[in-house]
Design a protein around this ligand. Structure first.
Ligand code: ZN
Length: 223
């Protein structure tokens, strides 16, 4: 199967829409050089130890232990939990392409490697910016993710992460506003104003920035 089906160009195109996990407990395939890289002679992109490791981790879940007809091809939902298609024995190229096409129709298109990379890098940048108190940069990175991929269903988990980061920042801004109110009640109008100014300027795009602006306007004049 590996030698006849996988090199088929239609199968290669179809397989780019899914995460391919190859499980095989044989560790005697030997290695082959592909340019500067060296992989298992039978499976490009994997070392024998990788597909041997995948074998118990991934396949025990989908077969009663000890009885695994080889080859078997299984298509799963993106969370890896629900089986959508199974073929015991050799899957022909067209059959496999059609099955992937049907499965993708049901789950919706996934995100490509480049989109995934863009979003994970932006989220990491946001994390770092918020941690280093560069709030403006953090908000901008989160908004990049939301604005670019907000309408893509497959990007939902990443969008939610970005939104959560913004919510956390907004909450912090509101806590600071509450603190400024305590200060102004205690007569420290300048202290309150300094906090509000900071939240207004650095949290633009979040509700707390607008709220800080209003609170600033409502402050009594300093004596
Ligand atoms: Zn191997």
């Amino acid at each position: 199967m590996t030698s006849s089906v996988y090199p088929n160009k239609d199968v290669i195109a179809a397989s780019k829409q899914v995460v391919n996990i190859f499980c095989n407990k044989e560790d005697s395939h030997g290695t082959k050089k592909y340019g500067t890289e060296e992989w298992c002679a039978d499976n490009y992109g994997l070392k024998c130890e990788d597909h041997v490791k995948n074998h118990p981790e991934k396949s025990n879940k989908h077969f009663p232990k000890g009885t695994i007809p080889n080859p078997t091809t299984i298509l799963l939902t993106p969370d890896g939990e629900t089986e959508m298609w199974r073929k015991t024995g050799k899957a022909e190229g067209k059959e496999l392409c059609d099955a992937i096409k049907e499965a993708v129709k049901k789950t919706g298109a996934g995100i490509g490697r480049d989109e995934y990379k863009f979003m994970t890098e932006k989220l990491a940048k946001a994390e770092e910016a918020f941690g280093g108190n560069k709030v403006k940069d953090g908000i901008a990175a989160c908004n990049d993710v939301i604005k670019t991929f907000g309408k893509m269903p497959a990007a939902k988990p990443m969008i939610e992460k970005a939104e959560k980061k913004l919510d956390t920042a907004n909450e912090y801004g509101r806590e600071q506003i509450a603190k400024s109110k305590e200060l102004s009640t205690g007569g420290d109008i300048e202290g309150a104003k300094a906090i509000l100014k900071e939240i207004y300027a650095n949290y633009k795009g979040l509700d707390c920035s607008k709220e800080a602006e209003k609170e600033m306007a409502a402050l009594p004049k300093a004596k």
